[in-house]
Design a protein around this ligand. Sequence first.
Ligand SMILES: Nc1nc2c(ncn2[C@@H]2O[C@H](COP(=O)(O)OP(=O)(O)OP(=O)(O)O)[C@@H](O)[C@H]2O)c(=O)[nH]1
Ligand SMILES: [Mg+2]
Length: 538
Amino acid sequence: MPLPIVAIVGRPNVGKSSLFNTLANRRISIVDPIAGVTRDRVSTLLEYEGRHFELVDTGGMGIQDIDNLTEDVERQIQNAIETAAVVLFLVDIRVGVTPLDQTVAERLRSIGRPVIFVANKADDSNLDNAATELYRLGYGPPLLVSANSRRGKEDLIYAIIDKLPLDTGEAPDSVELKLAIVGRRNVGKSTFINSLAEEERVIVSEVAGTTRDSIDVRFERDGKTFIAIDTAGVRKKSSMSGNVEFYSLHRAERSIRRADVVLHFFDARTRVGRVDKQLAEYIIENHKPAIFVVNKWDLVMHAMETEKMAKYLRDVFPMLDHVPIAFVTAKQGKNTIRLLNLAQQLYKQAGQRLGTGELNRILKNAFANNVPPVRFNRVAKVYYAAQVAVFPPTIAMVTNGPELFDNTYTKYLTKVLRDTSPFGEVPIKMIYRAKNEGGKIRGKPGEVEDLAVDLDGNPIPDFSGEIEPDEFPPPPGREKAKPARTKVKVAAIKEEPADPSEKRSEPRRDNIVNKAPSQRIKSKKKVPKPKKPGVWDI
Ligand SMILES: Nc1nc2c(ncn2[C@@H]2O[C@H](COP(=O)(O)OP(=O)(O)OP(=O)(O)O)[C@@H](O)[C@H]2O)c(=O)[nH]1
Ligand SMILES: [Mg+2]
């Protein structure tokens, strides 16, 4: 059952977003002295004393948007009011009644749902007398609150709970997958989210920089609940104007951290920019499964081949050669559901477990095929390896010295693992541990639950005693084998047929030319042979 919505509405600058953040106990909505910053409906789920509801922040009613988005903002406010179970009508006690407050009051009078009248910015009790003037709005005495000093917060919460429908004790459905949608301005992130949610959930326009907040959009598909986080488009620092835009990269990064899978959007007509590289670096740093999404494919499909675009992206992002590439036309909803399916498959991959025996066999072969170079007059050896975590799959290796493994060799090992294990399209985290480190592996605290045991709870030998010299050390004098050549990986989700009746929510297996990632992740025990990466052709 959908949760009841509690919408905060009012004229611009009365402190709706501040109150929203105070009630949520988190800085979600952007707060800025400039009026009219919030445009979309920003929402969060809250629970107080077992009562669950969705709190929604809205744009200022009556604002003239500088980018001519006034109508869009108004539509979002209207939607919030229409879907709300309870409305918080917010005014500013310091300013008193303005004509716009009167307009809002009129508009809320006939909605037929409970309205809680709230006067914000009552930072201290000296201002309380000013409340009497607010009675004129016809909603009785307001609840006095201060979003900044948190004054009146509890009273407001109880007032809300009191007005919620009685049958709203249920916890929300658990979320199947959280997707962050990131990219430059105007690439079609919001359009894509609306297409997934099947409603105008976020504002779309040709104005670059339409989305300002990070917005969690919950939607259901096939009985499962998903969250897509819409983010402000990012552009390079030197072109940014004002605080709100300045923090857009920061907010995109936060969305990446929160996400299970990141969809990095590109406009098919434009070249990759510096900001895209920054975002990609952040995706790598955080070991997030990701998909490169080339949107607006309708505009170039007759002039360009998917393979050409894919090769371009591969060349620009060599570190992300495992990331699938999808081609979509968000505006027509083409391939959006298939993209959601692909994201689910990646998430599954990142949660796979590779048995210790299998992992050790794979790595042993890798060492035999490509002897590590001598560093500091020593040859790198791995005595034993185990997968110690999922999300991301984390491989801990007991070695004769972590410093002996350089980036190139780590890349080689990762590549071998990627090609022969269930982690074909997701990042793999490698941790090297010295044999005498006595059970502790370097890494951020809390990052990995317990690095001294593998995923099945079996202890990883720390080899602090005698070492059997038969595990991974490369055979002496063995020729250094050439590492396998990197293939261009293209999980290209190509165009769907124009006829909407032919749209389907599942990928058509008969038309998948090469295997989709899911076919690599079926079995826990048997590690499939490397396959050509998936090209989804319809
Ligand atoms: N032709 C075409 N136009 C698209 C497609 N997707 C989005 N657009 C248009 O591109 C423009 C920008 O779309 P938005 O969804 O607002 O882009 P955004 O990435 O959310 O932009 P910001 O919020 O400004 O970062 C709008 O005019 C959309 O109609 C597409 O697949 N094909
Ligand atoms: Mg947007």
